[in-house]
Design a protein around this ligand. Structure first.
Ligand SMILES: Cc1cc2nc3c(=O)[nH]c(=O)nc-3n(C[C@H](O)[C@H](O)[C@H](O)COP(=O)(O)OP(=O)(O)OC[C@H]3O[C@@H](n4cnc5c(N)ncnc54)[C@H](O)[C@@H]3O)c2cc1C
Length: 696
């Protein structure tokens, strides 16, 4: 491959060629930069033509304290345990089989040796549970997911969908991984459309058992984590069939969850009637053993029905506190949102790692420079700032938004407040979809921003990208989840016009909807002063205006099209519009949360840094969607231009405090791991050379 220096020779054209002395001086200068990286910042900043103001003075200790999660001590315990156990660290090259065994060992060691037992926190204090999950995921993303399958999916289904008898019987053995288990919902023919599942559980009153059957090959449970190798049990989602005393024979009561043993407790042999196949090597997450399950008349006791929302008596009578199949289905799925909350939270953790590696490397990596002067840091190229600085700002924004989500979810688990349940359901769907999509794209951008060295496996982007990619699909496909957000917004919109109450996160629509219905103010649409653009009120108004407008127009379009196309057809006709609406709403919630976090930050210097980052987040998002604002004259051309200029300027300002901002994520060295993500260029290049085998 040709190196970029030859293809970019115009940048180094001859008039600027150095003589030997200059070359030596430049090399010495560069060496000194390696020894004292902060020098890089000051020298290169001077060369940037953009009018710079004084660099903010950030107190990293204070900012780190503010950013620190509540349960950092527990996370430190996890980090320390794995740091002290090289045998439990995942090597860069590992076979699928070894990786699966290693992940199981990591899980067992966490629980049985380090004594960190996540299960009790799944319901009692989810904040702690997610903190442990994040720490486990930093050891190996596969390990984090394996832990999630055991405790959040398999364990969570038993706790959330079962009753006391299930908790009493299974809690301890799930807790200490004596009962590794699976969550078997997805089928070969039905993934997102859970209501279309075909596996059946038929009640047999003669033996007081359910009979689990896979009626056709499309109903084979597919992709089931823990199934291929380790699982002893599975929570199987199946249509409950009850015998009737009429010609129909059976009545379909809708999808319910059942505990089905799949392997012998002693021999680990697959049990009679159960067939298990391995889903094989995947694009990523190969430490998790995904498998496929087929059932042929597998009998389980009646007690194995997870009966929180519907029960079957000895005589086959069905009882439920919920009146319809749809309500029971919604309640069942509603209990499973914890997985989504966890994924959104972990996705931000992965984004922090990637952004830290990419920005640290971009700070010390130097390519080209003005004639006869030192090369400059690649982060001083405007294009590079454009790639990484809004991403850094978004990482901060998502940090606060997912904290809010976890807080709301924890509160919901305690109070079961109905309004909060609805709020968390939509917020978790929206944030999971938005954040994981953003992180997936960012991982590629980070890789590219680090050039060829970003492609070395040791520098982590490849495994992070491959392991994280599926976050967009499991626990609800992102496109499907965003539609749930849009549907909820439309429901709230109708409520508003009926005079009903709006749930907490949606409250802003009450005011902004009124603002939308009036015309944009021709005066404010021209205001372009920096103070105005950086005023949180202007920013929030702009975000909310966009959402309200999209909501109102979506409602009108849906009504218009449903006359000819029916509800389903009209929805499909407006689908892209609806997805944009959902994203716009989520961005409004993210910005609102960020603004509040800035306000609540007790340390003045950290508050100033966060305000800068928050402004960049807001400007970047507005600029990203400037067409929408221009189309309706919400912003005049001069204002749009001012926003663009301000976005670039803020990116530049954020670049000046990048080191402090990424350090405040406080990612321990062994979490960053990538040599090019080390604190100083000396450390980074030394470790990187050693990795390739050069003696130091
Ligand atoms: C590694 C891995 C682990 C998994 N672990 C488990 C597990 O432990 N247990 C379990 O039960 N499942 C598991 N799954 C399954 C996972 O939950 C499903 O893959 C997911 O729900 C999506 O379903 P699907 O794959 O059938 O995709 P589909 O639903 O077929 O979606 C395919 C595409 O169609 C689009 N699409 C679908 N419906 C719509 C719509 N209404 N509007 C617009 N677009 C639409 C989607 O956006 C997507 O791009 C796992 C999957 C993987 C890959």
């Amino acid at each position: 491959m040709e190196s970029s220096s030859s293809s970019s020779s115009s940048l180094n054209s001859n008039p600027t060629a150095e003589n030997d002395d200059q070359t030596t001086a430049r090399r010495i200068h560069r060496l000194s930069l390696h020894l004292n990286p902060t020098l890089t910042d000051t020298t290169t900043i001077e060369m940037v033509t953009c009018a710079a103001r004084a660099k903010l003075d950030v107190n990293t200790t204070q900012l780190t304290l503010f950013m620190r999660g509540k349960h950092r001590d527990l996370q430190e315990k996890v980090y320390e345990f794995f740091r002290s156990r090289p045998d439990l660290q995942t090597p860069i090259e590992i076979s699928t089989e070894e990786h699966r065994e290693l992940c199981m060992k990591q899980l067992l060691a966490l629980v049985r040796e380090a004594g960190i037992k996540p299960f009790k926190y799944v319901v009692d204090d989810p904040f702690v549970y997610f903190a442990i999950g994040e720490a486990a995921g930093s050891v190996d993303v596969s390990f984090g997911i394996k832990l999630g399958v055991q405790y959040s999916l398999w364990g969570g289904s038993v706790l959330n969908l079962g009753t006391k008898k299930h908790r009493d019987k299974y809690f301890d053995a799930i807790d200490n991984v004596e009962y590794p288990g699976c969550f078997a919902m997805t089928e070969l023919h039905h993934g997102s459309n859970v209501q279309g599942l075909q596996t059946v559980a038929t009640f047999d009153p003669l033996t007081d058992e359910f009979v689990i059957d896979t009626p056709n090959d499309g109903a084979i449970k597919w992709w089931i984590g823990n199934a291929a190798v380790h699982g002893k049990f599975a929570t199987v989602f199946a249509k409950l069939m009850l015998p009737t005393h009429d010609a129909r024979g059976f009545s379909d009561m809708g999808v319910h969850a059942f505990i089905v043993p799949i392997r012998d407790m002693e021999t680990h042999e697959t049990l009679p009637g159960v067939e298990i196949q391995d889903c094989g090597h995947k694009v990523g997450l190969n430490g998790v053993d995904n498998g496929a399950l087929r059932f042929r008349s597998v009998r389980i006791p009646r007690d194995n029905l997870l009966n929180r929302f519907g029960d079957v008596a000895r005589d086959g009578t069905y009882t439920s506190s919920l009146p319809t199949i749809n309500k029971r289905f919604a309640a069942t799925l509603g209990e499973l949102v914890g997985g989504r909350v966890g994924l959104a939270y972990s996705s931000v953790g992965i984004l922090k790692v990637a952004v830290t590696i990419a920005t640290r490397y971009s700070l010390f990596r130097q390519q080209f420079g003005p004639p006869k002067q030192a090369e400059i840091s690649i982060l001083d190229y405007q294009s590079h700032q454009h790639k990484l600085m809004p991403m850094l700002a978004s990482t901060y924004a998502f940090h606060f938004a997912t904290l809010l989500l976890v807080e709301k979810y924890s509160e919901m688990k305690k109070t079961h407040d109905e309004e909060l349940v609805a709020d968390v359901h939509a917020l978790s769907a929206g944030l999971k979809a938005y954040v994981t999509s953003y992180t997936s794209k960012s991982l590629s951008i980070c890789r590219e921003a680090c050039g060829g060295h970003g492609y070395a496996a040791v520098n982590r982007f490849g495994s992070l990208r491959n392991d994280h990619d599926i976050f967009q699909t499991f626990e609800g496909d992102n496109t499907v989840l965003l539609q749930q957000v849009a549907a909820d917004l439309l429901k709230q919109y109708k409520e508003k016009f009926k005079g009903g109450t709006l749930t907490v996160t949606w409250n802003y629509l009450r005011e902004s909807m009124n603002a939308y219905l009036s015309q944009p103010n021709p005066l404010t649409s021209r205001w372009e002063g920096e103070d105005h653009l950086r005023d949180p009120k202007f920013q929030l108004d702009a975000f909310r205006y966009r959402t309200s407008r999209l909501l109102q127009s979506a409602a009108v379009r849906l009504q218009k099209h449903s006359k000819n196309l029916g509800g389903f057809g009209a929805w499909n006709r407006c689908l892209n519009h609806l997805l944009t609406l959902a994203e716009s709403h989520i961005e409004s919630v993210i910005l609102e949360t960020f603004i509040k976090a800035v306000k609540n930050c007790p340390d003045a210097s950290s508050r100033a840094a966060l305000k800068l980052v928050c402004d960049l987040y807001a400007m970047d998002r507005i600029w990203n969607d400037i067409g929408t604002y221009r189309n309706v004259d919400y912003m005049a051309p001069n204002k749009a231009k001012a926003i663009h200029k301000l976005t670039e300027y803020l990116s530049f300002q954020v670049r000046n405090i990048t080191r402090e901002l990424v350090d405040a994520f406080d990612m321990p060295d062994h979490v960053i791991r990538a040599p090019i993500g080390k604190q100083t260029p000396v450390e980074a290049y030394t470790e990187y050379r050693q990795h390739v085998g050069f003696q130091m």
